[in-house]
Design a protein around this ligand. Structure first.
Ligand code: AMP
Length: 462
C-alpha cells in the first residue's frame, strides 16, 4: 500500500488529503485503515506523532459519509474521548480538516468553559463529537447529550486516561454506549491494566502497533549528564548556548519547578514560557501558540500539560528532571524526532535520580550516551544570573478573569484536567488552530546585554 488512493476512501476525503499534501500513509495508517474500513474493532499501540489521528478519523469519516443520515437531536454518530483539552481540540481540528469538503458537523466539549454553549451546539446533534470524559458525563447528566446513536467509539491515549484517574468515568461511558458499534482503542503503551481496559471495550479487535512497547524512537539521540540538582540551571544555560536548537521542550516534574526554570531563563534574558496545570487557560493558550508559531523557542512543561501536544520542529527535549515513571520518558522524548526529523534528548540526572535513570534504561533497553560537564562549569555555576522576580500576581487568582472562572469551575468539581497535574481548565480552541510551525533558522540562545556572559571557552556537552 503506497498511496491513499488505494484505500478506496470517499472522494471528499481524498480531496482533503490532497489539500493537506499527504501523499504517503504512515505505517499506522497503512495497518489500521483497511480493517477499519471493513468495520473491525481496533487496538492501536501508537503515540501521538505517528499519524494515528488520521488513521482512525479517515475510515470513520468514510463510514459517516457512506451511510449518511442526520444525527438525532442531542446525539452523536462518532464519539472520540481524549484525556486532555489540548488533545481533544487537536483531534477535532484534524477531523474538521479531513472533513472540510463534507457537511459533517464536528463538535468539541471539555471542561473549564461555560457548558451552555456546548449544550446549544449539541442540541441539533453532531456527526463527530470529541470530548474529555468529565464534561461528557456532565452533559449526559444534564440530558444535553445521549449516547444511544453512537456508531463509532474511539478511546484515545488510554494509558494517560488511566494515569489521570478517568477509569470510573470510562466505565460509566461504556455502560451508556449502544452494544452495536465499532470500537477503536489507542494507547501509547499496553501494560496489563490497559490491556484489561481494552478488553472491556473491544470486540475481536485487530491489533496494530507502530512502536514496540516502551522502546525509544530510533532517530532520537539520547544523552545524559550527571549533575547536582542545584547546578542544573547553569547546565541548562550551557546547553542552550552550545546546541543548535530550533525549538526545545524542557520538562520538569513539578509546576513550581517549571516556573523556577522560566524565571532563571528570564533572569538571563532568555525568553521561555511555562505550561502546566496552575497556569490560567489564557496563559496556556498563549504559551502554546507562541511555541507553535516559533515566536518563543523554549517551552517549559510538566508531563500532563505537554502530552498529546503535536508541535513539529521540536529539535530538543531537555529533561531538566527525569521522570520517575519510565514510560513517561518515552512520551517526553517522543515530542522530538517527529515526521521523520532527527531529534536530541538530553537528561540532567541528579544523584537522587539515578535509580529513575536505571529504570528508564531497563524499560527502554537503551543506554543514553554520557555527556561530560564543560571544563569551566564551576565558573558557570558561580556566574549564573539571578532569576527574574516572580510576577506580582503569582498566586493571586483574582487578577485574571479567566482564572477566576477556571477556579470557580474547579470548586464546582466540573471540567477536566488531570488530577495529578492540578487540573487544566478553560477553552483550548486556539490550541487547535493548526500547527503554524514555520521552518526556522537554527539559533543558539545567547543572553541579552551580556547578562550572564560566562567567560572562557564553552565546550559542547556530548
Ligand atoms: P498524529 O499522530 O495523528 O497526531 O499526527 C501527527 C502529525 O502528522 C500531524 O501533524 C498530522 O497532520 C501529520 N500527518 C498524519 N498523517 C500524515 C501523512 N500521511 N502524511 C503527512 N503528514 C501526516
Amino acid at each position: 500500500m503506497t498511496s491513499f488512493n488505494d484505500f478506496g476512501l470517499h472522494a471528499d476525503i481524498n480531496r482533503a488529503l490532497a489539500a493537506k499534501d499527504y501523499t504517503t500513509p504512515t505505517p499506522i495508517q497503512t495497518q489500521a485503515i483497511p480493517p477499519l474500513m471493513k468495520g473491525r474493532d481496533l487496538c492501536g499501540i501508537a503515540q501521538t506523532g505517528t499519524g494515528k489521528t488520521a488513521g482512525f478519523s479517515l475510515p470513520s469519516i468514510h463510514h459517516l459519509l457512506t451511510y449518511p443520515h442526520r444525527a438525532n437531536p442531542r446525539g452523536c454518530r462518532m464519539l472520540v474521548l481524549a484525556p486532555t483539552r489540548e488533545l481533544a481540540a487537536q483531534i477535532a481540528q484534524s477531523c474538521r480538516d479531513y472533513g472540510r469538503f463534507t457537511k459533517l458537523r464536528v463538535s468539541t466539549v471539555f471542561g473549564g468553559v461555560p457548558i451552555n454553549k456546548q449544550i446549544r451546539d449539541l442540541a441539533q446533534g453532531v456527526d463527530i463529537l470529541v470530548a474529555t470524559p468529565g464534561r461528557l458525563l456532565d452533559l449526559i447528566d444534564q440530558r444535553a447529550l445521549r449516547m444511544d446513536d453512537v456508531e463509532i467509539f474511539v478511546l484515545d491515549e488510554a494509558d494517560q486516561m488511566m494515569d489521570m484517574g478517568f477509569i470510573h468515568s470510562l466505565r460509566r461511558v461504556a455502560k451508556l454506549l449502544p452494544s452495536r458499534r465499532q470500537n477503536l482503542f489507542f494507547s501509547a503503551t499496553m501494560p496489563k491494566e490497559i490491556a484489561g481496559l481494552a478488553d472491556q471495550f473491544l470486540n475481536d479487535p485487530v491489533t496494530v502497533s507502530v512502536a514496540p512497547q516502551a522502546t525509544t524512537a530510533e532517530k532520537i539521540r539520547q544523552r545524559v549528564t550527571f549533575v547536582e540538582q542545584k547546578e542544573k540551571q547553569a547546565l541548562l544555560h550551557h546547553v542552550l548556548r552550545s546546541e543548535d536548537i530550533d525549538r526545545a521542550l524542557i520538562f520538569t516534574r513539578t509546576k513550581h519547578g517549571a516556573d523556577r526554570v522560566v524565571r532563571h531563563l528570564k533572569g538571563a534574558g532568555i525568553e521561555a514560557f511555562a505550561i502546566h496545570g496552575n497556569k490560567s487557560q489564557a496563559q496556556r493558550t498563549t504559551a502554546l501558540q507562541a511555541f507553535r508559531s516559533g515566536q518563543v523557542r523554549l517551552l517549559v512543561a510538566t508531563d500532563i500539560a505537554a502530552r498529546g501536544i503535536d508541535v513539529s520542529g521540536v529539535s530538543h527535549v531537555i529533561n531538566f528532571e527525569i521522570p520517575n515513571v519510565p514510560e513517561q520518558y518515552v512520551h517526553r522524548i517522543g515530542r522530538t524526532a517527529r515526521a521523520g526529523a532527527e531529534g536530541v534528548a538530553i537528561s540532567f540526572v541528579a544523584p537522587d535520580e539515578r535509580p529513575y535513570l536505571r529504570d528508564i534504561e531497563r524499560v527502554t533497553r537503551t543506554k543514553a550516551e554520557p555527556a561530560k560537564l564543560p571544563d569551566n562549569f564551576g565558573e558557570m555555576v558561580r556566574n549564573l544570573p539571578k532569576p527574574a522576580q516572580p510576577p506580582r500576581d503569582t498566586g493571586s487568582k483574582g487578577r485574571d478573569p479567566q482564572r477566576q472562572r477556571d477556579d470557580a469551575q474547579r470548586r464546582k468539581g466540573h471540567g477536566e484536567g488531570g488530577s495529578r497535574d492540578g487540573g487544566h481548565r478553560g477553552p483550548r480552541r486556539e490550541a487547535a488552530a493548526g500547527d503554524g510551525a514555520q521552518p526556522q533558522r537554527k539559533r543558539r540562545f545567547r543572553p541579552r546585554g551580556g547578562v550572564g556572559a560566562h567567560k572562557g571557552s564553552v565546550k559542547r556537552v556530548g
